[in-house]
Write a protein of this length. Structure first.
Length: 260
């Protein structure tokens, strides 16, 4: 792929200059620490807020360390994904709209190198982000609730990262295919509406990319069939590769839309 190394350096420089390697991991770290701290200090928070009747006590459920990690993943699945997708969805479409892509297309580079350089940088940002999120969650969970099984943690982390690779591929594919507004609508529809549909009627199927985020923890609870886990993993990886291929094709097809 012509120009891949040069484009990769360009994308890394832009990510550093826009502070994406700092503020996105910081968001995930805050999300990761929120559930362990909030659940543990709930009564103290209520007493500090005031207006609590004298003698009032709230019976909090007894939570296990894995419950807190699962709750943190739930936070990543809402606010975390929203922040991440909003940051990435204009990666290709905005460069077409502001004419930046014209400077790149005029050079001897391949569309595959252009697309994959963005995918690699975004994947790296996602890796650092969920590492910060999981790290913050594990740190406070270990201090307040007890130790975690390292194997369960690594499987959960790896499984969730594969799900995020799929999210990035879908987001970039939409950005390469449409203008920013339409790309944002389509990407958010596929990911978030897909999650809602899976939560509402997902009991009728057990293999889905949208289930993968929770399967890492469920694997160690013994609540899923291992074949469902592996099939969901394989299908997610296959769809990620397909989205990358479609994104490269659409980037080439829409090159004429670039502002001069």
């Amino acid at each position: 792929m012509r120009g891949f190394n040069v484009l990769l350096q360009k994308e890394f420089r832009e990510a550093w200059r826009s502070w994406k390697f700092l503020w996105i991991p910081l968001v995930f770290a805050l999300l990761g620490m929120s559930d362990p701290l909030t659940n543990y200090y709930m009564m103290d928070i209520l007493n500090a807020v005031g207006n609590v009747p004298e003698g009032f006590e709230m019976l909090m459920p007894e939570l296990m360390p894995l419950d807190l990690i699962q709750a943190s993943i739930g936070q990543f699945q809402t606010i975390g994904l929203l922040v991440m997708m909003a940051s990435f969805v204009g990666a290709v479409s905005k460069e077409r709209a502001n004419g930046m892509a014209t400077l790149l297309y005029a050079r001897p580079i391949s569309f595959g190198a252009y697309f994959l350089s963005k995918f690699v940088v975004m994947s790296t940002i996602c890796f650092v982000s969920i590492l910060a999120g999981f790290g913050a969650s594990v740190y406070y969970t270990t201090i307040l609730y007890g130790t975690l099984d390292v194997g369960a943690l690594l499987v959960s982390f790896s499984t969730y990262y594969i799900w995020l690779l799929f999210v990035i591929a879908v987001t970039l594919m939409m950005s390469a295919s449409f203008k920013t507004v339409i790309a944002t609508t389509c990407a958010f529809t596929v990911i978030f509406v897909g999650q809602i549909i899976d939560m509402i009627i997902g009991i009728f199927w057990t293999i889905s990319p949208w289930k993968l985020a929770s399967y890492g923890i469920a694997k160690f609870r013994g609540t899923i069939d291992m074949s469902d886990y592996w099939w969901s993993l394989v299908i997610t990886l296959a769809l990620t590769i397909i989205c990358i291929g479609i994104g490269i094709v659409m980037m080439k097809r829409n090159a004429s839309m670039t502002k001069i």
